[in-house]
Structures are given as C-alpha cells and as structure tokens.
Design a protein around this ligand. Structure first.
Ligand SMILES: Cc1cc2nc3c(=O)[nH]c(=O)nc-3n(C[C@H](O)[C@H](O)[C@H](O)COP(=O)(O)O)c2cc1C
Ligand code: SF4
Ligand code: SF4
Length: 417
C-alpha cells in the first residue's frame, strides 16, 4: 500500500452498508437521542453519519410511559457503566415523523435517516407504516423486533424477535410493501441469535442490526426492598445497555456475521472509536450508539471521528471494509483452540509493585499457588504457573503480564520468545 498517499490525505471513514452510503460509520440508535427531529438535526450538524428514529408505531396503538423508567449501574469509582430502561416507543404520531423525515432529508441529503417501525402482528399495520415512511423519504426501515419490555406483553417487540417464523413473516411482508432497504433489529434475549438471523435473511432482509437491550433487573433498594427502578414500589424487567453490554453485543454480531452474508449494524456499549473498531472487526459495517450519547451528549462524535481517522492512518487502513469481520473469522470452537500454545505470568514492571498483595491472594486462593512473597517482593514460580492470567488481571499497576507463546513438547513447556 502507498503509505504516503494515506498520510497525505485524511483517512476515508465512509462506509457502504446494505445499499446506503454513510460519510462515517457512527449512527445514533433508535432511542431518546432520536426522539425529536431537532435532536437529529443537531446530531447531523455535529457530524454524525446517520440516525435511526425512535421507533414509530401506528397511531392506533396506545402507549403510556411510566416514571421513573431509567436506572444505572456504577463502578466503584462512581462511573456509570450500565444503564437500564423500560421506556416505550415514540410518543410522537406518524404525521409528525412524516413531516420531519421529509424536512430533515431535504436539509441533510447526505445524511442517512432510517425509520424504525413497530406494529402489531398484522400485515395491514406493518405495510401501512412501512409505506408511510417510504413516501416520507426515509433512506431505510429498521424493524424493531427487539424491545424487551412492555411490548412483548402485547406479543410484539422482542416477542417477534424470539420467534424466527414470525420475524421472517413480517420481514417478508415489509419487503413486499416497499422498495427500501429493510434492516431487522434483533434481540439478544434468545438462545441462538444466528438461527433467527438466518431466517430473516432468507425472508429477504437487507441487513441486521444487533443488539437491542439485554433483559435485566437493575437492583434492589436496601431500605424498602423494592426492585429498582421502582414505580410506586414496583418494577418490571427492563433493558440493559451501555458499556457493560459490549461483550454481549460483540458476541452477537460475530455470531450473526459468521452465519449470514448480510451487512450488520453493531450496537451495544459503543462510546469510543476503539469500541467501533472492535465491532467492525467482529463483522459490523457501521455502529449505532444510544447510551453513550445519552450519558455524554452528541459531542462524543468528535473524539470518535478523530480517533478512528488516526487509527486508520497509523495502521494504513484504506477502507473500514478492509478490516470488517477479521476477528469474527478467528472465532472457533473451544475444542479447536490450540493446546500446543500456552502463556505464563511474569513480572514485567517489578519496580511499579506497591505490594498490594492482590496477585498473591488471587493465585493462592483461586489459582495454582505459583505466587509467593519474599519480604515485600513478589515472586512467580513459572513451573507452578498454569497460565490462567488471573494475577495479571487483578494487578492494579500492570506489574504482571502474560508471556507467550510457550509451546508444549511432551510435558515440557518451551518459551520461544
Ligand atoms: C432509553 C432507551 C430507549 C430505547 N428505545 C428504543 C426504541 O424505541 N427502539 C429501538 O429499536 N431501540 C431502543 N433502544 C435500544 C437502543 O437503540 C440500543 O439498541 C441499545 O440501547 C444498545 O445500545 P447502547 O449500548 O449504545 O445503548 C432504547 C434504549 C434506551 C437506553
Ligand atoms: S497466571 Fe494464574 S497460575 Fe499463573 S501465576 Fe498468575 S494466577 Fe497464578
Ligand atoms: S497485584 Fe501487582 S502491585 Fe499488587 S502485589 Fe501483585 S504485582 Fe504488586
């Protein structure tokens, strides 16, 4: 590759996904940040590549939100790492969205505006809604088969995404009704998301979006013993999102990418350019973001774009499509993982050790007794180390790292580095 030409020009972060061209892979997911036309305009002005409108329902379907309906999980430093919601779909009617789609597409023709829709399991309802959005000028439709609260009690939302047959039937209805790309948004609250993806792909879906939220119960108030978030003392199972769900999202996207030929929108816990690269590596062509935008604002787009461009320049990546799915192809069965390869713990930065004893406790209470202290010095007995990596993960100072590869020769391990 011609490195000079990459360095001379800014990295090309545009992507093409399921017939849509995005100037960058960062899209606001269907959620509160896209619940108003003016929010979407502001996001577009700030540089977001696209937006999926907060799910639109038929006007006849009545919904009623409760309060409070959000909760957070904090880490020990007080940072929000997980988010729960049991919010319903858009409270705005179809006419509002038809007008806004028309206007926003006129004002921002280069941005991608996707209409997320949800209806009861009726051909007429899905067709009408899909047709209205197409006439308004939406670039694509996203079928919400994935909301895990409120809607499934009425047989829709994730109740549809949990039935491959119903999901495929509705996908086919919508595909036959409109000439727009149809994205199917799947729920992670299933045993086998790849099986559902295969069925909707066979029914004609143009792309898959995953994940919607993971069903959860955020916590319990220790004074009242009420489940949280509590609405007059009671709660319901909600949807978990944000940074904490990224591993579930990555797993689902990799499984879908390895199961179907369709492009995938990666969703779940993206808030940085690094998260986006991970999703692209496991098979996503673009990412959708909700919780990080809710907690930190639309401004996260600037560091994400800048970071993504520098990464591409540094790694000499011409197009994001060139790295799409590389990590997904390296997923294999546990049985197939090499037993010849091994890693061992070693003291990479002994001078940084504060003698907090975390590694000592971990190895002697949950691993193989390979770590001892001589005075205030940590020592690792390589012959006892089983390579589990626990000590390196609990060490707060990155003193311990894993050295690899060791290769097995009979019973002996030989380090070849
Ligand atoms: C408050 C809230 C409301 C949401 N509403 C919708 C919705 O109307 N339609 C939909 O498809 N997804 C909805 N979602 C799910 C998000 O679009 C997204 O799939 C999920 O939050 C995971 O991404 P994240 O970790 O970036 O938040 C909502 C999420 C939250 C937190
Ligand atoms: S890798 Fe596991 S077995 Fe080896 S020293 Fe660390 S905790 Fe002990
Ligand atoms: S966990 Fe790290 S800092 Fe703490 S004693 Fe072990 S090596 Fe030292």
């Amino acid at each position: 590759m011609d490195t000079d030409s990459i360095n001379r020009n800014e990295a090309d972060v545009s992507v093409t996904i399921g017939g849509l061209h995005l100037e960058n892979p960062f899209i606001l997911a269907s959620a509160p940040p896209t619940s108003d036309g003016n929010f979407i305009r502001k996001a577009f002005q700030m540089g977001w590549g696209g937006a999926v409108i907060k799910t639109i329902k038929p006007d006849e379907m009545e919904i009623s939100d409760v309060s409070p309906r959000f909760g957070v999980l904090k880490d020990k430093q007080g940072q929000n790492i997980g988010f729960e919601n049991f919010e319903l779909v858009s409270k705005k009617n179809c006419d509002y969205w038809v007008e806004e789609i028309r206007a926003i597409k006129k004002e921002y023709p280069a941005k991608v505006l996707i209409a997320s829709i949800m209806a009861d399991v009726s051909l007429k309802s899905w067709k009408n809604l899909a047709f209205k959005m197409e006439r308004a000028g939406a670039d694509a439709l996203e079928l919400n088969f994935s909301c895990p609260h409120g809607m499934p009690e009425k047989g829709i939302g994730s109740a549809i995404g949990q039935s491959a047959e119903i999901a495929a039937m509705i996908t086919k209805w919508v595909k036959e009704a409109v000439n727009l790309p149809v994205i199917v948004k799947l729920t992670p609250n299933v045993t086998d998301i790849a099986a559902i993806a295969r069925q909707v792909a066979a029914a004609g879906a143009d792309a898959i979006a995953a994940i919607n939220t993971v069903q959860c119960l955020m916590g319990v108030d220790l004074d009242t013993l009420s489940p949280l978030p509590a609405v007059n003392g009671y709660s319901t199972y909600g949807g978990y999102s944000g940074y904490a769900v990224k591993p579930v999202g990555l797993r689902c996207v990799a499984q879908i990418a390895n199961a179907v030929e369709l492009p995938v929108y990666g969703i779940g816990g993206v808030g940085t350019w690094q998260d986006a690269i991970e999703y692209i590596a496991v098979g996503a062509s673009a990412v959708q973001i909700c919780t990080a935008a809710m907690l930190e604002g639309f401004q996260i787009i600037q560091p994400m774009l800048a970071g993504l461009k520098s990464y591409m320049q540094e790694k000499e990546i011409k197009k994001l499509a060139d790295i799409c799915g590389i990590a997904a192809k390296k997923m294999t069965s546990h049985t197939n993982l090499s037993r010849e390869y091994a890693a061992k713990a070693f003291l990479a930065n002994p001078a940084e050790c504060t003698f907090c004893r975390k590694c000592l406790v971990a190895c002697n209470e949950s691993a193989y007794g390979a770590i001892q202290a001589r005075g205030r010095q940590i020592q690792i007995d390589e012959s006892k180390c089983d390579g589990c990596s626990l000590c390196s993960l609990v060490c707060p100072k990155q003193v311990i790292k894993m050295k690899a590869p060791y290769y097995r020769q009979g019973q002996e391990l030989r380090n070849i580095v």
